[in-house]
Each structure stands twice: as structure tokens, then as C-alpha cells.
Design a protein around this ligand. Structure first.
Ligand code: IPM
Ligand code: MG
Length: 365
């Protein structure tokens, strides 16, 4: 646990990013300000906005701020106009760079179905009602960062001599151990069940993963461990998602499964996430993207960002009671029937991004 000298207010790096990022971040900042704590919040450009202002998606000054802050609150990155840039300058590099540079190896993505939003899921209510799963995705290893990678002349096989693209999937023992510990410890605070998702039937990397997770499990005999292949896990997630408690998996599989899990709730606009380092310093961001198609219209749902701020209060700023206040306020506005366009249903009241922020601030009590 990070400790903060009580004389200094916690410093939060505010990185709104692109698309709807600035709109939803503005509401999260208002909620933080309304808590009556003295946070030091400093804003910086990231993603396309970083490129536009400083020529790089993760400008030096932004990285420096993120490193010196106690926590990072991140909006979303990406916009059509940057799609044709070379890979190293694209907005996504900002979030990948922050994960790597800050050592944020543990990505926590809860998928919770709020009872008020049961109708929003595309699955039958009985399949998803009461859903509460936590996906723990390893975030700084795997094929995402493995080297070598690139385009080269194919060295063998039937396509020898042609150009080929290649990446490297790899996991070091210590990398697997530390994420397994995070998963088992998270499960101890929940329903005490971990499903480790791999592809041990095909991939060396993931047979090794399975062996190491099994070994770490010896230290957590109060937690039940199950191994599951990723294709089956994808199927079970839409067939009987409530069977899961904590899912732990690698970077690539976690990317895919967490989007599927988010969609079970029908409201990706509601889901927060945390990316933590070894000391619980973290970056907090909504699970959804920058949605450039609706940017500037005042219709985006700020709740995932507000709930990300709540996770930040809990995990990095050591203020669990304030985290609960924010989460309770979000539940209250849902009970009041307030909905942004993405979660609107007949019989509820459609509100703008800002009105939703207003309502949460009022509901803080
Ligand atoms: C995510 C996103 C990122 C990822 C992209 C934007 C690089 O899809 O956070 O899940 O693949 O990790
Ligand atoms: Mg993703």
C-alpha cells in the first residue's frame, strides 16, 4: 500500500484525452471536488490531444506528471483524424506507454449488472441478473509487448522468402506469479473462486502460465481454482456468466474477454477499470472508448469515469469511505430513473452528460 504524508494533499493527474474524454472527465472532476477533500488535480494532454499539442500521444510532460502523481484519472483516447498516423504516433500508444512506463501490470475490470439496468443487456434477464464478475487482466506482458516483433523475410515453411508479420508471446515466471497473487487476493475478498483462462492445449506460454498459477494457488487454499481454455471461457461468458467470480488471464485474452464481459451488462458506459502497479499506484479509466461519433454532443455517459474515480479513491488514495459515497450516489441517481442516452429505456428520464454529473453531485448528500 502506498502511504501518503498526511500534510500533502493527494496529487491526481487528470488526462482527459480525446473524443468524449473531456466531457466525461469534467463530470468526474466535479464529483471529486464535491467530496470536500483537498486534492491537487493537474491536467495534461494525452492521445490525439497530446499529438496535436506536443507532437506525441504521450508527451514528456504528461508522462512526468503521471509519474509524480499519486494516481492517474484517464478519459479515453483515439479519433478518426489520427487513424492514418504511423503506429508509434497513434493515440493508443499513450495508454500502452503509460502502462509500461508506470509498471501497471494488474488491470481490474469489474462487470456488474445494476438491477435498475437489467433490461439493457442483450442477454435474457435470468442469465445476467445479479452478475458481478471481476476480470483481472495482466497488462504489461504477453504478445502486446513481447519482442522480437515486426515484418521480416519469412525464414522457413511453404512461404519462405515472402514478407511476414510476426509478434512474440512470452510470459516470465515472476510476471505470472504477481498477477496470480493479485487474483487470489481479490478472490479472498469476494466469492473465493478464481478461473484462470489460458490456451494450454496449444501454446507453450500458456501451459507455463497454467503450471505457475497452479503453484501460486498452493498459498491460497481457501480459494477454489479452475483452469479454462479461452475459447470455452468466451462461450461460458455468454452462456452462464454468473458462474464466474474472478477471472485471471493474460493481456491478449483479457482484452477480448473483458469487452465481452462488459457487453453482458448492456452498459459499457457504466464500467470502470483500474490498472495497478506493485504498490497500488494506479491509472483509472472507463472501460469504454473515446466514441468520437458522439463527442461534443453532451450525451455521453459520465458514470464509468465517475466510478473509476471511486476505484481510485479506494485503491490508490486510501479513502474507501469516499469511494463508497460516490458509488452510493451513482446507485441513487439510477434509482431516481435518470439515464443518459446509452442506457435510456421507456419510463426513465433522459439526461445529458452534465445533468448526470449534477445529479451525482447532489446525491453525494
Ligand atoms: C483496452 C484497449 C487497449 C488495449 C487499446 C486501446 C490499446 O482495447 O484497454 O482494452 O488493447 O489494451
Ligand atoms: Mg480492449
Amino acid at each position: 500500500m502506498t502511504t501518503h504524508p498526511s500534510t500533502h494533499p493527494s496529487k491526481i493527474a487528470i488526462l482527459p484525452g480525446d473524443g468524449i474524454g473531456p466531457e466525461i472527465m469534467a463530470q468526474a472532476v466535479r464529483v471529486l471536488e464535491a467530496l470536500g477533500e483537498s486534492f491537487e488535480m493537474e491536467r495534461a494532454d494525452v492521445g490525439g490531444a497530446g499529438y496535436a499539442a506536443h507532437g506525441h500521444p504521450l508527451p514528456e510532460s504528461t508522462l512526468k506528471l503521471a509519474k509524480e502523481a499519486d494516481a492517474v484519472l484517464f478519459g479515453a483516447v483515439g479519433d478518426y483524424q489520427y487513424d492514418t498516423l504511423e503506429r508509434a504516433l497513434r493515440p493508443e500508444q499513450a495508454i500502452l506507454g503509460l502502462r509500461k512506463e508506470l509498471g501497471l501490470f494488474a488491470n481490474l475490470r469489474p462487470a456488474i449488472l445494476y438491477p435498475e439496468l437489467a433490461g439493457a443487456s442483450t442477454l435474457k434477464p435470468e442469465v445476467v441478473s445479479g452478475l458481478d464478475i471481476l476480470i483481472i487482466r495482466e497488462l504489461t506482458g504477453d504478445i502486446y509487448f513481447g519482442k522480437p516483433r515486426g515484418v521480416r523475410e519469412c525464414p522457413d515453411g511453404p512461404f519462405k522468402g515472402q514478407r511476414e508479420g510476426f509478434d512474440t508471446m512470452r510470459y516470465a515466471e515472476g510476471e505470472i506469479r504477481r498477477i496470480a497473487h493479485v487474483a487470489f487476493q481479490a478472490a479472498q475478498k469476494r466469492d473465493k473462486r478464481v478461473t484462470s483462462v489460458d490456451k494450454a492445449n496449444v501454446l507453450e506460454t500458456f501451459q507455463f502460465w497454467r503450471d505457475i498459477v497452479t503453484d501460486v494457488h498452493k498459498e491460497y487454499q481457501d480459494v477454489e481454482l479452475e483452469h479454462m481454455y479461452v475459447d470455452n471461457a468466451a462461450m461460458q461468458l455468454v452462456r452462464a456468466p454468473k458462474k464466474f467470480d474472478v477471472i485471471v488471464t493474460g493481456n491478449m485474452f483479457g482484452d477480448i474477454l473483458s469487452d465481452a464481459a462488459a457487453m453482458l451488462t448492456g452498459s459499457i458506459g457504466m464500467l470502470p477499470s483500474a490498472s495497478l502497479d506493485a504498490n497500488n499506484k494506479g491509472l483509472y479509466e472507463p472501460s469504454h472508448g473515446s466514441a468520437p461519433d458522439i463527442a461534443g454532443k453532451g450525451i455521453a455517459n459520465p458514470l464509468a469515469t465517475i466510478l473509476s474515480a471511486a476505484m481510485m479513491l479506494r485503491f490508490s488514495l486510501n479513502k474507501p469511505e469516499q469511494a463508497e459515497r460516490v458509488e452510493a450516489a451513482v446507485k441513487r441517481v439510477l434509482q431516481q430513473g435518470l439515464r443518459t442516452a446509452d442506457i435510456f429505456e421507456d419510463g426513465t428520464q433522459r439526461v445529458s452528460t452534465e445533468q448526470m454529473g449534477d445529479a451525482v453531485v447532489r446525491a453525494l448528500g
